[in-house]
Design a protein around this ligand. Structure first.
Ligand SMILES: Nc1ncnc2c1ncn2[C@@H]1O[C@H](COP(=O)(O)OP(=O)(O)OP(=O)(O)O)[C@@H](O)[C@H]1O
Ligand SMILES: [Mg+2]
Length: 360
């Protein structure tokens, strides 16, 4: 039997645990059309919490409603790539290139430049707007409007498009994902993407253990794998509800069951949990720590001294820094998806296994 679990970044899991209803407003908005709240949605959360998977789910919903989907990561030059995607879709959905032929897209730093025949621009409309508009017109004529989901990079991206370009896609349903909600706040405060302030926010958290248990029980019993309720619960608890661990633990449970003739006992379950924790350390914890500065690391070490959330004062004292410096590193680490706000002035780790790793 094929292992259904997908412990890989961005891979759609066999069951979307704990996310029921989160995209209902987006779907409802698709039926209502332009201007509906929910059409513009920002998804935030820690590393591996399932942002990319949620974007894919939103894309799937849009496709099922007859929309053409463009999905791009917001790195340098992404606007030009969206333009290319639009042209390709126009060719696929329409009867050839649009009447006002777009001759070129090129990305220069922040911007997007297009070359249209001079006479093609309607008065008072810049080339970018004109270009988006005609693409939309054409696609809408084929009753398949365009949705665009933009995936932002982990940190505030210098490649974020200028207002003229982003405002010109207003009216298209969009989902955007970003690690850490403070990265999004920075983006919104910059004023470059003011219409994003009206966006719906979905901040993803861990799933409840009972939901993980129910999901495992369903997946294993459907495949005839013999495992007790106590063992399923034990495995679900080891995931801490963290999506990447849900996939890792499930994957190794399945592997152990395969080796043991489709049955799982205490020993198999323990082996699976240990294997998934090792893999989580390697893939998530160590990789997350590999690109942070010494000062970031000192901040995290100070947090690891506490058993729960840490206050800014505790951290400041441990690393010998003033509140404004503590606040700067706090925001950086939240944006990197390593820590999260835990009530007023407090932070806690956002990745399971990080505290234990730092202590060891
Ligand atoms: N709701 C869910 N239920 C079960 N597994 C999930 C869920 N969401 C995501 N996963 C799994 O968790 C892992 C991480 O998902 P994903 O790559 O979407 O996270 P992410 O938040 O985009 O991570 P990153 O911050 O690294 O970009 C994948 O293996 C995915 O299959
Ligand atoms: Mg992702």
């Amino acid at each position: 039997m094929q292992n259904p679990f997908k412990p890989t970044a961005g891979a759609t899991p066999p069951d979307l645990v704990g996310r029921a209803g989160l995209l209902d407003e987006f779907e409802y908005g698709l039926r209502q059309g332009s201007g509906a709240p929910g059409l513009l949605t920002i998804i935030t959360g820690a590393r591996g919490i399932g942002k990319t998977v949620m974007l894919s789910a939103a894309e799937e919903i849009a496709r099922n409603h007859g929309w053409a989907v463009i999905s791009r990561t917001a790195n340098p030059g992404f606007l030009a790539k969206i333009g290319d995607d639009m042209l390709r879709l126009l060719d696929e959905l329409g009867d050839g290139p649009p009447a006002r032929k777009i001759t070129a897209f090129s990305a220069a730093g922040f911007g997007l430049t297009t070359q249209l025949p001079g006479s093609a621009f309607p008065t008072g409309v810049g080339p970018e707007r004109s270009c988006w508009a005609c693409c939309k017109q054409k696609v809408q004529a084929w009753s398949s409007p365009l949705t665009r989901s933009t995936r932002s990079t982990a940190r505030k991206s210098p490649s974020w498009p200028p207002t003229c370009s982003i405002s010109s896609v207003k009216g298209c349903p969009s989902a955007l994902s970003s690690r850490g909600s403070s990265a999004v706040s920075d983006l919104l405060n910059e004023g470059v993407a003011t219409f994003l302030r009206r966006a719906d926010r979905i901040n993803l958290h861990e799933a409840a253990i009972t939901e993980v248990t129910a999901s495992y029980r369903e997946l294993f019993s459907r495949s005839g794998i013999d495992v007790s309720h106590a063992h399923i619960t034990e495995a679900a608890e080891a995931t801490e509800g963290y999506p990447f661990l849900i996939q890792l633990v499930g994957y190794y449970l399945w592997m152990e069951a395969d080796k043991a003739g489709w049955t799982l006992n205490e020993e198999n379950v323990q082996m699976a949990i240990a294997a998934s924790q090792r893999r989580n350390t390697l893939v998530v914890v160590e990789s997350a720590l590999s690109d942070i500065s010494e000062k970031d690391r000192a901040f995290l070490d100070a947090m690891a001294e506490q058993d729960g959330a840490s206050t800014a004062a505790q951290i400041g004292q441990a690393i010998g820094s003033k509140p404004n410096v503590v606040s700067k590193y706090r925001n950086r680490l939240i944006a990197a998806g390593l820590i999260e706000s835990a009530g007023y002035g407090k932070v806690d780790f956002a990745i399971p296994g990080l505290r234990q790793y730092l202590r060891s």
